[in-house]
Design a protein around this ligand. Structure first.
Ligand code: SF4
Length: 373
């Protein structure tokens, strides 16, 4: 298949440069971007204040829709998961989680992932390529189309729009920083999405030099770290990135980020019975968190993925939370959403790959509503 550049990847200045090359007026760049990101049109023909001749040039040169929806599935809890096919035949996932008046979207940033975390289905696919900024923005725009087409309203009684972005789908976002930076800038742009930087969170497995680069670039976003353990030996065994940047180095990066941005950092922490959800692990977590502006997002292990690992009992979770809270550390439990539709990162695309192109509703999807499009 022939590759055409995705118009949504380009900045306003880059569109201006192209317009000059094709003898068109540079001020058209702002109009084009408004059609793309405010009106969120589905074809160049809908750009009514752009001349037919320029629309034709645009269509010849650029792709406007490069993601094709393969299917979407709606969970009983309202979570929606999409499987998109990229222009070169790969599959990526996007998840929308409606909660407390917010419509958060977890976007993929790469096709597959090279970080090889032991607990992750995406890791088992290997790494294929980075997603372009335009493709990541299309994930978000597709969710907005869904909200509009299904008459889903926000608390103000208006058609809902995506309110928060989490870069935590397939891929390590900091290994695709150029494109993630472009996406954050487009979302933050007052003339386009006008999304506050606190509503965008980049979650990393711990690529320390890129955390510094994120600050150097002044990327408008918050930072989350998949910490998962405070023990180097265990963390290295499940997250190979820890062999390169162990916890001490990671904390140096976190400290520099906090010092230079004055933002909080969120630690994602999976609670596993007898390993990360013990009184000793709570003490270690307190030691790491107490001197820093951090919050902890605890996630109870999804029982069943690995026969050797188990979710803690409710009592064990309560004891852990009480110990951490007693040390004045902000910790919340993130409840798993969309389990019935394989909403965790990489599950659906991994299944698609294993099914060799045939996606069927499986026994692990008891309450899901799969829809082919
Ligand atoms: S958890 Fe994230 S960083 Fe680790 S392999 Fe999966 S997608 Fe990559």
């Amino acid at each position: 298949m022939e590759w055409q550049r995705n118009i949504k990847t380009l900045t306003e200045d880059e569109i201006k440069a192209w317009l000059r090359e094709v003898d068109e007026k540079p001020f058209r760049a702002e109009q084009i971007q408004k059609w793309l990101f405010c009106q969120q049109v589905k074809s160049f023909d809908e750009m009514l204040n752009i001349s037919p001749a320029l629309r034709e040039k645009l269509a010849k040169q650029f792709e406007l829709r490069s993601l094709k929806e393969d299917q979407h599935m709606v969970s009983v809890d309202g979570t929606v998961k999409w499987l998109f096919e990229t222009w070169d035949g790969h599959h990526i996932e996007t998840v929308m989680i409606p909660a407390n008046g917010r419509f958060s979207v977890c976007v993929s940033t790469q096709v597959g992932c090279a970080m090889n975390c032991a607990f992750c289905r995406t890791a088992k696919m290997g790494f294929f390529r980075n997603l372009e900024a335009g493709e990541i923005l299309e994930e978000i725009i597709n969710v907005n189309w869904y909200l509009k087409e299904n008459n889903i309203f926000n608390e103000e009684g208006q058609i809902a729009q995506v309110t928060n972005i989490i870069f935590m789908g397939m891929g390590e976002p900091l290994n695709n920083l150029e494109n993630v930076h472009r996406v954050c800038c487009t979302l933050h742009n007052q003339k386009l999405f006008n999304m506050g930087s606190k509503r965008m969170t980049v979650s990393t497995s711990g690529v320390v030099p890129r955390i510094k680069e994120l600050v150097d670039r002044n990327t408008p976003c918050c930072l989350a770290i998949s910490l998962n353990s405070t023990n180097n030996e265990y963390r290295s065994s499940v997250m190979p990135v820890n062999n390169i940047w162990p916890i001490e180095k990671l904390l140096e990066g976190v400290d520099e980020y906090i010092r230079r941005t004055d933002n909080y950092v969120t630690f994602e922490f999976v609670l596993i019975q007898g390993i990360t959800c013990t009184p000793k692990a709570a003490k270690e977590l307190i030691r790491i968190c107490a001197p820093r502006r951090v919050k902890v997002n605890a996630i109870i292990l999804n029982d069943g993925d690995d026969p050797n690992l188990h979710a803690p009992t409710p009592d064990e979770v309560d004891t852990f939370l009480a110990a951490v809270r007693a040390a004045q550390i902000q910790i919340t439990i993130r409840t798993a959403r969309g389990r019935d539709i394989l909403a965790a990162c990489g599950q659906l695309a991994h299944k698609k790959k294993n099914d060799q192109g045939v996606f069927e509703r499986g026994s692990s999807l008891p309450d899901a509503t799969p829809r082919q499009s």
